[in-house]
Design a protein around this ligand. Structure first.
Ligand code: MG
Length: 424
């Protein structure tokens, strides 16, 4: 049986009764037998990485501590070239307390101001490390990460299914089968791509002004897909940041009758004014964010009212606390958050930990429909998505542990697998 401490005795009233009844000796005895809570004292000892390729390139990070607790994180999408960056961060991390996550983040971020720390691979590499620190913090304190990020406002998070590499070709039997499959799996929302570099109506291999023929094909794909999902099913459409502003406007306008959940990146993300012009020209909700980094990147999107929905990638945009901060900024503009996610179950659970705590969460992506064997076996806990939702586990930290044997099937040939880093 657990020894009663000051808190439990206070709860039962024993301590106060002892004091009030003038029993100083009992009171003192209770005090002297109580153990004040001690914050765990840990130090980072080492960082190791592994590289995989599933939907794009991913780097998995393990941060080791002197208490034997190991945290795991994942950086994705902008993760090619992350490994040397992560190893360069270790001189700022080894010997430090892993529970001071904000301090570690700021140390690495500000150290890289002249080395690209504003966006891109530097931030993505930092993201993988930051997520591993949250896993350590949860494990050290015995609570899930969501508890440390403010506590959950929902027990499960809605996941939408990206339709995968299969294009939706109107009338095509395999496309119909994929749409049926997604519904059978229990999802309530899906996303399709309508950009097509190989469209026969494309007039130029370099310029991305869509011809009438291309736009007709785009609309036909959406009409076909929309007709096969029930009316209450949500559908998002991605243009992958390829087209020019005129094309973006035309497509957004023509898609209005389909009442999309959103149209994603009709133009590239770096010119926020162009995104805002498209949003102002249409009733189709405009979504952007997977190619935007940290609060400073998102600030202009919100201030210029350039989006209806944001889709930060939590394995890329700066980490879980940064994702919470971006989401809170979005909330002040009444903008919902639908995280982009093409990650393994580890990254997906990291994303879900944040989605559980933000009031303005809409839906979280899943992009491994073409890699389902890997998906099911990647972590020891099995398939974390049930009927289109992730239920947050009560386990400490991220709540999932990698099954190395399964994950190694996706290892990038010739790269180390969590081996000690060679010091140069
Ligand atoms: Mg996208």
């Amino acid at each position: 049986m657990e020894r009663p401490n000051r808190r439990t005795l206070l709860k039962t009233g024993l301590l106060s009764i002892a004091g009030a009844a003038g029993m100083p000796s009992l009171s003192a005895a209770v005090e002297s037998n109580s153990t004040p809570y001690n914050r765990p004292k840990l130090k980072i000892t080492e960082i190791r990485t592994a590289e995989v390729r599933v939907h794009g390139y991913q780097v998995h990070v393990r941060v080791y501590t002197d208490a034997g607790i190991i945290g795991q994180g994942e950086s994705t999408d902008a993760s090619a070239g992350n490994v040397p960056l992560i190893h360069s961060f270790s001189r700022m991390l080894v010997g430090q307390d892993p529970l001071n996550i904000e301090a570690a983040f700021e140390r690495i971020r500000t150290a890289g101001v002249f080395a690209g720390a504003q966006a891109g691979q530097y931030v993505t590499a930092l993201t993988g490390v930051e997520i591993a620190l949250w896993d350590i913090a949860g494990k050290a304190l015995g609570v899930p990460v969501y508890q440390l990020l403010g506590g959950k406002v929902r027990d499960r998070v809605r996941v939408y299914c990206d339709s995968g590499e299969r294009e939706m070709i109107p009338g095509d039997e395999q496309s119909k089968a994929r749409i049926h499959e997604i519904q059978e799996m229990g999802f309530t929302a899906a996303k399709i791509d309508i950009d097509d570099a190989r469209d026969p109506s494309r007039m130029d291999r370099v310029n991305w002004t869509a011809s009438n023929g291309e736009i007709d094909h785009m609309i036909a794909k959406v009409a076909f897909t929309r007709s096969l999902y029930p009316k209450d099913y949500d559908l998002a459409v991605d243009m992958h940041a390829r087209y020019d502003a005129g094309t973006g406007k035309r497509v957004a306008k023509e898609l209005e009758p389909f009442k999309l959940m959103w149209l994603e990146e009709p133009v590239p993300a770096e010119n926020i004014d162009a995104m805002r012009d498209i949003r102002a020209s249409t009733n189709t909700p405009i979504c952007c964010g997977e190619n935007v980094y940290m609060r400073w990147g998102f600030r202009e999107l919100f201030e210029k009212r350039a989006v209806d929905i944001v889709e930060p990638d939590f394995q890329k945009c700066g980490g879980l606390l940064e994702a919470r901060k971006i989401s809170d900024m979005a909330h002040t503009y009444y903008v919902p958050v639908a995280p982009h996610a093409v990650t393994s179950p580890i990254g997906m659970m990291g994303t879900a930990q944040v989605c559980a705590v933000i009031p303005n969460f809409l839906a979280q992506e899943w992009h491994w429909i073409d890699s389902r064997d890997l998906w099911r076996n990647w972590v020891k806990e099995g398939d974390i998505i049930q009927k289109g939702f992730i239920t947050l586990p009560d386990r400490p930290g991220l709540g999932v542990e990698m099954n190395d044997e399964a994950a190694r099937k996706a290892q990038v040939p010739g790269t180390p697998w969590f081996e000690p880093m060679k010091r140069s």
